[in-house]
Design a protein around this ligand. Sequence first.
Ligand code: DAH
Length: 343
Amino acid sequence: MEAFNKIDGFLEEIKSANPADAEALETFRIRFVGSKNVLKGLFGEMKTVPNERKKEFGQAMNALKQAAEAKYNAVKETLEAASDASARQDMDLSLPSPPDPQGSRHPVSIVMNRMIDIFEKIGFVVAEEREIEDDWHNFTAMNTPADHPARDMQDTFYLKNSITNLLRTHTSSVQARVMTTQKPPIRIIAPGRVYRNETISARSHCQFHQIEGLYIDEKVSFADMKQTLLYFAREMYGPKTDIRLRPSYFPFTEPSAEMDVWLGTDTPATKKLTKGTGWLEVLGCGMVDPNVLKNCDIDPGKYTGYAFGIGIERTAMQNFNISDIRLLFENDVRFLQQFSSVI
Ligand code: DAH
């Protein structure tokens, strides 16, 4: 029977085919497996097959098709395995691996960690607190009267539909949190993010970081504060650094001061940083106002203390020569990668 002979012929051809490379296999695929394969032409032979043998013919056709696919898949697998093996032979296992991309610390974290280390060495303990605060901890407890300009809606981000919940405007709120939950002696530093409704520019942002310091005990004096801050300045800026304390005003301290460190005017950089004066403003500080102690149920007759607040961004920008504060919050990896060698 002519049609059956054709099937046998193709089957023979498929069995004996032995494609040796990818190209030969592709030729085989096009002839026997592809969408226009030669086996499809055999369906036309069906009409020459007598009715009683049509079923047998159909089954033979199926078997032929399966034989073609099986052959194709088997050869493909063998060829792929061979090519993998030869690739492996070309591999030089003694070559050093390409370097892993290194993560890097954010410049703000680098500076913050350095400051934390300095204060931890002399017994300050880190206190971390919430960024969403209430009016009382952020302002009232900190002796900031209701009509104080710092409370102005212009400066403070209040939560939607709330006049009491806000994003803390300074880490001083942690003072109130700690003093209402711990008994003196208290010796903490509180690093963290703060928020103010400021127009964003190269020099100011609506979010930034501070480290708050608080020390409360019996007989804590202004001299204690000065010595601690001098120690900090010398650890941070070099062992010969001089400081000066300028009288200032903060609602939560009395007396209040601002601390400058002496950088000099020897280089163009220090001249610019210090606006020609040689002095760089670093932090605000003072003796904790007795009203703050009272607000937090600590007896101001028995205890005194000092507090200070340091801004992080400005120091980070000085240390790493960053001219635009916005870079610190954009998280552009091309910027962040530049700090991968700093711990
Ligand atoms: N909270 C002040 C600010 O945000 C900084 C500050 C000044 C903190 C004096 C203090 C302090 O603890 O004693 O500008």
